[in-house]
Design a protein around this ligand. Sequence first.
Ligand SMILES: C[S@@+](CC[C@H](N)C(=O)[O-])C[C@H]1O[C@@H](n2cnc3c(N)ncnc32)[C@H](O)[C@@H]1O
Length: 208
Amino acid sequence: MAEVQNPFFARVWPVFAAHEAESVRALRRENLAGLSGRVLEVGAGSGTNFAYYPDTVMQVVAVEPEPRLVAKARAAAADAPIPVEVTSVAAEEFSDGEVFDAVVCSLVLCSVHDQVAVLRRLRALLRPGGELRFLEHIASAGGRGRLQRLADATIWPRMLGNCHTHRDTERSIVDAGFEIAESRHEWTLPAWVPLPVSELALGRARRP
Ligand SMILES: C[S@@+](CC[C@H](N)C(=O)[O-])C[C@H]1O[C@@H](n2cnc3c(N)ncnc32)[C@H](O)[C@@H]1O
């Protein structure tokens, strides 16, 4: 059982998420644009994405293993414009015996223990041709990459729910058997701000 208990992170994340810059919200909307059918959202946190699903989505099944965040996600689900069911399990354990038209990952693949194993599991839950939508912070080059490695080896994952800042997530997506159809990198803060999580990859990948 992949137990996830992050009481400190569960307290601070909803505050961060409620104060996100409009530019990040625009990336969230773009990550969800054009989705339809039945969607699996992985690691929903406090449910920030729910408000941005287009009404072509029939149902969102959201998994969130951190018990304090499940409660927040359920409250957000009640206000969502489309039906959202929140399930209190980790991605590694989720199975509802059905396949999904799309899987959404946002700011979560940094936190799972084994990225490729989780992505393989998600691939198996998608119908052939189904899409993985991702908005994830990623490994940067140069000095910021060194800062990320230092952050990952010290306090960052311990304080922030196992978040690892220096992951080559696009490589893991390919290694798990997806085909990346498009991906681009965005900066959420000016490049000079010394934060290890300001470079994001936004993209879509397909299950062949
Ligand atoms: C940084 S938050 C992002 C929340 C949300 N996806 C968003 O975009 O606002 C990462 C979330 O992933 C969840 N998480 C961590 N490990 C997980 C796992 N193995 N399966 C599913 N969710 C997980 C955490 O509990 C947390 O809510």
